[in-house]
Design a protein around this ligand. Sequence first.
Ligand code: SF4
Length: 143
Amino acid sequence: MKKPILVSACLLGQACRYDGKSKPNEAVLALMEKYELIPVCPEALGGLSIPRLPSEIRRGAVVSENGADVTEFFVTGAMEALKIAKKHGCETAVLKARSPSCGSGEIYDGSFSGELTEGDGITASLLKKNGITVYTEDEITVF
Ligand code: SF4
């Protein structure tokens, strides 16, 4: 049986990004040969629409570009993603870099100016707290 890996759905070609587009990544798609890829889009799972306004994390809260606090949606989505990871027995996740949900290690800094800061997206953070190892699509040379 192939080992399951939780993967950001947009990296697998699902058009679930804030701009209604996908972000297919060849290296991630290639993992399909050796692993069972379990797609999740935490923001969609949390009840946000596609497309939607971009959001960033600012002082611990997630805010939309128009200033609305959307933290609740992101937290709900993170919990749903964790549930799916547990259900499938995923010990590893490959998540989209820099996203306020999926980013790992660095994320946009909340100023909507393209600046980055150290930190994890809401889902990446919850998965890590639950013992799941999180990689970005830029790090999967380790597989
Ligand atoms: Fe991709 Fe994650 Fe954003 Fe969904 S929440 S579009 S999976 S980066």
